[in-house]
Ligand binder design. Structure first.
Ligand SMILES: NC(=O)c1ccc[n+]([C@@H]2O[C@H](COP(=O)([O-])OP(=O)(O)OC[C@H]3O[C@@H](n4cnc5c(N)ncnc54)[C@H](O)[C@@H]3O)[C@@H](O)[C@H]2O)c1
Ligand SMILES: O=C(O)C(=O)C[C@@H](O)[C@H](O)[C@H](O)COP(=O)(O)O
Ligand SMILES: [Zn+2]
Length: 369
């Protein structure tokens, strides 16, 4: 299957997302024309490095690009102040110039962290995203949200900083653990649920084959997801309005991630998104915004894929519903102290609203536990 290219039309910050099999082995050739000197600064993590760094290094070497590599620990806890400092100081140790290029090579954790380091280093250096997880290919590598978690909550410190190029090699998804693949699928399903009922129906038909490894289906799913994200980001780069649709399920998800201490053994971001989407549809139905058929379909599809869908699917104890609601108070969509949610009038018909009774949210959380 040939490569697909999704253009993200953001004026002087516009860039391409290239999606295809084997792109990692030609990454050097794709990056070379963007450089002012034949040097890049690669930041990755040990799991991805062990599996795929040799291919990236060899493609850079083929076109004469040199540069050091920093390997961090994998996992959500790496998206922290401490690791941000490590990245920034490592880049400064290597005397990275303003015109240089940083390469974020890994899943969403590396993309968010390294993108943020690039955003603040010398007030902004360029970076290329080479996303290696399904989640990073369909979502986090595109759109320029970068940042870290703090003890107050998820992604609370960060910047909008668009990459210069995104290279999504769907072949590298072949080494993902099944659980990590399915977590990324949570964000894929999100796109259908928020804005494309036909895509959701396509996922109902093709999701299981996609999870089993069908490369053609994977490339199609990544391309459709990225196109949807690019369209929304082009309309609203800094989330003044429509971009919040991409946050479907995330008010619940981020509270659950904070409640589980960002412990990936208990809950991965994409798993929280799947649970959050199921809860958002349940809440929508209880508020009379959509029929009960919509949350039933969401739940059935998550079951069909073998994914989490309820709070009771998360191992260990969770705070009670009121405490989860308090955690939601740090959500970036809060306006004048009022929570805002992404709800839906049906599959593919999401909208943003602050008109959500607190008691109804509490009841949905209590019933899901
Ligand atoms: N910036 C955004 O717009 C945006 C969007 C969605 C999610 N996110 C963020 O992304 C993060 C989650 O991303 P993620 O799910 O990629 O997590 P991750 O980066 O932790 O990767 C998940 C796991 O997959 C492993 N991995 C990655 N690529 C692999 C490969 N090719 N083969 C084998 N293993 C591989 C990693 O080592 C890790 O264990 C969260 O912090 C979330 O908040 C950001
Ligand atoms: O790109 C966006 O906008 C999103 O909301 C995508 C989400 O999947 C992603 O998890 C994002 O990092 C959440 O952003 P936040 O602003 O709620 O932290
Ligand atoms: Zn997300």
């Amino acid at each position: 299957m040939s490569e697909n290219v999704v253009h993200v039309p953001l004026g002087e910050r516009a860039y391409d997302v290239r999606i295809g099999a084997g792109l990692l082995s030609v990454a050097g050739g794709a990056i070379a024309p963007l450089l002012k000197r034949p040097r890049v600064f690669v930041i990755t993590e040990t799991r991805v490095a062990g599996l795929h760094l040799a291919t990236l290094k060899s493609s850079l070497k083929t076109v004469g690009i040199k540069g050091p590599v920093l390997e961090l620990e994998p996992g959500e806890t790496t998206k922290s102040w401490a690791h941000l400092q490590t990245c920034v100081e490592w880049l400064l140790d290597h005397e990275v110039e303003r015109g240089d290029m940083v390469v974020a090579f890994g899943g969403g954790v590396i993309g968010d962290l390294v993108g943020f380091a690039a955003a603040i280093l010398r007030r902004g250096v360029r970076f290329v995203q080479i996303p290696t997880s399904l989640l990073a290919q369909v979502d986090s590598s595109v759109g320029g949200k970068t940042g870290i978690n703090t003890r107050h909550g998820k992604n609370l410190v960060g910047a909008f900083h668009q990459p210069t190029l995104v290279l999504a090699d769907v072949e590298v998804l072949g080494t993902l653990a099944p659980r990590d693949f399915l977590a990324g699928y949570g964000e894929v399903a999100k796109y259908g649920l928020l804005g494309d009922a036909d895509f959701f129906a396509w996922l109902e038909a093709n999701g299981p084959a996609l999870a089993k490894g069908d490369m053609v289906l994977r490339q199609q799913a990544v391309t459709r997801s990225v196109q949807m994200k690019a369209d929304i980001v082009a309309r609203d780069e800094t989330e003044q309005g429509d971009r919040a649709l991409l946050n479907l399920g995330h008010t619940f998800c981020h509270a659950l991630e904070a409640a589980t201490g960002y412990d990936g053994a208990r809950l991965l971001h994409g798993e929280g998104v799947a649970i959050g989407c199921a809860l958002a549809f349940e809440l929508s139905s209880r508020l009379g915004l959509c029929s009960q058929e919509a949350p039933s379909r969401v739940g059935e599809h998550l079951d069909q894929m073998g994914m989490m869908r309820d709070l009771r699917d998360i191992s260990g104890d969770l705070p009670d519903a009121a405490a989860l609601l308090t955690l939601m108070g740090q959500d970036k969509k809060v306006v004048a102290g009022q929570l805002r949610f992404i709800l839906a009038r049906g599959i593919g018909a999401a909208f943003v609203t602050g008109d959500v009774p607190r008691d109804e949210v509490l009841r949905v959380l209590e019933d899901a536990a």
